[in-house]
Design a protein around this ligand. Structure first.
Ligand SMILES: *Cc1c(COP(=O)(O)O)cnc(C)c1O
Length: 523
C-alpha cells in the first residue's frame, strides 16, 4: 500500500515546516513511498528474471497492437498521476511486451543477456546521479570509471595507461576513436580549418564492405563524406586482404591523398571473422597510418588463453572500441573508447569554456571527462561495468566467453548432423546456417532453387522471431540468405543449443509445404 501523500500528486508533505518551506513538487516523493515502490518493483524483477526461461523469447505484438495498448496517440495528460500506479503499469507493460534478450534462447544480433547486478548498479547510479563530466561533480564515480577503463584495457591486452572513457555504444566508441585519429593525422589544424583543411590533401579511411555502418555514419557526420572510405578487397571468408590494403594506401599516397586510418574488425557483425590484424598493423606502422580496431563485438575474446594471433594483435592498435553491453554482459548502454596515446584523445576533445573552473590542484589534477569525449554532462555508465568485472573476476569473464564460443561450435555440429540444415560458418560465438529441404539439397546450387531457398529462409526467420521459441537473426553468406545465431548469453546451456535444429527444421518444413512453387523440383 502506498501512503496517503503518494495518492495525490498535489499533497504537500506534512511536518513542522513553515509555509515558506513548502512548495508543490510532485517529483519529491516521500521516502516511505519510494521504499514501497522499490520493494515491489524489485520483487517483480526477481521473479521475472527467475522465470525468463518459461516466457516466449519475443511477444507476438505489432506496432499497432502496442500503440493501442499504451494509447500512444493520447496527448500529455494535464494532471499528474499516482507514481505507484504508473510504475506498476510500466512494469506490467515492460514485462509482457518486450523482446527478451535475457532469455536463454535469445541469439539475435549481438545483444547479450544483461547481468542483473548491472540493473541494480543503474538504479544506484540514477539515485545518486553523479555528473561524470567533471571530477568535482562525481568524485568517486570518476575514479571508478577510470579504473573500469584500465581494467577493460588490461583484460583485452591493451596498454592500461591508454586514454579512454565510456560512451553509449559501439557506434559512438568507434566514432570517438576515429575523430581522435583524424585529429592526430590531419597535417593541418583540423579544429580551425575543418575536414577539408586547405584542400591540398583529402583524408582517406580504409575498411572493407564488412566494416560496420558506424563508419558510414562517421564519414557523413564528420563532414568527411562517404567518398573518403576505401573498401578494401576481402578473401572468401570476408577478411581484409593485406596486399590489397597496401596497394590502396600507396595509390592514395601517390595521388596526394592523406591515408588517415585503417579499420580492422575483431569479430565482424555478420559472421564474426577477425581481420588479419597482425599484418594490418605492420602495414599501418610502415606507412604511417593510424590503426584502429573495431572490437565492439569480438575484442573480449582476446582475453582468452587460446586467443588467435590476430585477436591478440589488437594490442598494437592506436585505438580500440569495445562494447561492454555486448560480450561483457552489461545492460545497455555501454561502449568503451581506448586510445593508445591518451594525449591524442585529449587533443581531440578538450575545450576550455570560461564558465568551467574544474582544473583543481596541479599536484593532484582531477580527471574531467568532458575533456576526453563529445559529451558534456555524463551519466555513470561505468558502475554497472565495474561491478560486473568485479563480480565475475577475470576468470569468470573468460569462462563465460569461452563457453559462449563452445556453444556456437556445438550448434554448428548439431546443424551439420541434421539432414535438412546446412551449416555455413562458425567464428567466435556466431554460427550461420540455413534450412534446405532434403529433396532440394542436391540441386541447391541451381539459380531457381537457390533463390527459393533464400526466400524460404527469409520467411522462416520471420516466423521464428514471432514464434517465441528461439530468436535468431540473419546474415548474407556468400550471397545467400543465412540464419544466424550469436551466443553472447550466459544463460544459454547445451540443452538450449541442442533444441535449435529441431525447432528450425519443424518451422522450415511447415513453410516449405505452404509456399513452394510448382516449378521447384522435389516433394
Ligand atoms: C555492434 C557493433 C557495432 C555498433 O555497436 P553499437 O553498440 O550497436 O552502437 C560496431 N561494430 C561492430 C563490429 C559491432 O558488432
Amino acid at each position: 500500500m502506498l501512503s496517503a501523500e503518494a495518492q495525490s500528486p498535489l499533497a504537500i508533505p506534512h511536518g513542522a515546516m513553515s509555509p515558506a518551506s513548502q512548495r508543490y513538487s510532485p517529483h519529491d516523493i516521500p521516502a516511505e513511498t519510494f521504499r514501497q515502490m522499490g520493494y515491489e518493483l524489485v520483487d517483480q524483477l526477481a521473479d521475472f528474471l527467475a522465470k525468463l526461461r518459461d516466457k516466449p523469447v519475443a511477444p507476438a505484438d505489432t506496432p499497432r497492437s502496442i500503440r493501442t495498448l499504451i494509447e500512444g496517440d493520447l496527448a500529455l495528460p494535464l494532471e499528474g498521476a499516482d507514481p505507484g500506479a504508473i510504475l506498476a503499469e510500466a512494469t506490467r507493460l515492460m514485462l509482457s511486451h518486450s523482446t527478451l534478450n535475457g532469455h536463454p534462447r535469445f541469439f539475435g544480433y549481438i545483444t547479450s543477456s544483461a547481468a542483473p547486478l548491472g540493473a541494480l548498479a543503474d538504479l544506484l547510479a540514477a539515485a545518486v546521479n553523479p555528473n561524470v563530466g567533471a571530477w568535482a561533480l562525481s568524485p568517486v564515480a570518476t575514479e571508478i570509471e577510470r579504473q573500469t577503463v584500465r581494467w577493460i584495457a588490461e583484460l583485452l591486452g591493451f596498454p592500461n595507461n591508454c586514454g579512454g572513457l565510456l560512451v553509449s555504444g559501439g557506434n559512438m566508441a568507434n566514432a570517438v576513436c576515429a575523430f581522435a585519429a583524424l585529429r592526430a593525422q590531419a597535417p593541418w589544424s583540423l579544429r580551425e580549418k575543418g575536414m577539408t583543411g586547405d584542400g591540398s590533401s583529402p583524408l582517406a579511411l580504409y575498411g572493407s564492405s564488412e566494416t560496420h555502418t558506424w563508419l558510414d555514419k562517421f564519414a557523413d557526420l564528420s563532414g568527411l563524406g562517404t567518398d573518403a572510405i576505401r573498401r578494401v578487397a576481402m578473401d572468401d571468408e570476408g577478411r581484409i586482404r593485406p596486399s590489397a590494403l597496401r596497394i590502396a594506401i600507396e595509390a592514395d599516397q601517390r595521388a596526394g591523398v592523406r591515408p588517415c586510418m585503417v579499420i580492422g574488425t575483431a569479430g565482424t557483425v555478420s559472421t564474426g571473422v577477425v581481420d588479419p590484424l597482425r599484418e594490418i598493423n605492420s602495414i599501418c606502422k610502415e606507412l604511417g597510418v593510424w590503426f584502429h580496431v573495431d572490437g565492439a563485438y569480438g575484442a573480449p575474446a582476446a582475453a582468452l588463453a587460446d586467443a588467435s594471433d590476430d585477436l591478440r594483435a589488437l594490442s598494437w592498435a592506436d585505438s580500440l572500441a569495445v562494447d561492454p553491453h555486448k560480450w561483457m554482459y552489461a545492460p545497455l548502454e555501454a561502449g568503451c573508447v581506448l586510445v593508445r596515446e591518451a594525449a591524442n584523445l585529449h587533443k581531440a576533445f578538450s575545450h576550455h569554456p570560461p564558465y568551467y573552473r574544474f582544473d583543481g590542484d596541479t599536484d593532484d589534477p582531477p580527471l574531467n571527462y568532458y575533456e576526453w569525449g563529445p559529451q558534456n554532462s555524463r551519466g555513470f555508465r561505468a558502475l554497472k561495468v565495474w561491478l560486473g568485472l568485479r563480480h565475475a573476476g577475470r576468470e569468470g569473464v573468460q569462462r563465460m566467453i569461452s563457453d559462449d564460443i563452445d556453444l556456437a561450435r556445438s550448434l554448428y555440429e548439431h546443424v551439420k548432423s541434421h539432414p535438412e540444415l546446412e551449416p555455413l560458418t562458425t567464428n567466435l560465438s556466431i554460427t550461420t546456417f540455413r534450412y534446405v529441404p532434403a529433396d532440394l539439397r542436391a540441386d541447391r546450387g541451381s539459380p531457381d532453387v537457390g533463390k527459393y531457398i533464400d526466400e524460404l529462409n527469409e520467411r522462416l526467420l520471420a516466423q521464428l522471431q514471432i514464434g517465441g521459441e528461439v530468436y535468431l537473426s540473419n546474415a548474407i553468406v556468400g550471397g545467400r540468405f543465412a540464419l544466424r545465431a550469436c551466443i553472447v548469453n550466459f544463460r544459454t546451456t547445451e540443452r538450449d543449443i541442442g533444441a535449435v535444429p529441431a525447432i528450425v527444421a519443424k518451422e522450415g518444413k511447415a513453410i516449405d509445404v505452404r509456399i513452394r512453387p510448382a516449378g521447384i523440383a522435389g516433394l
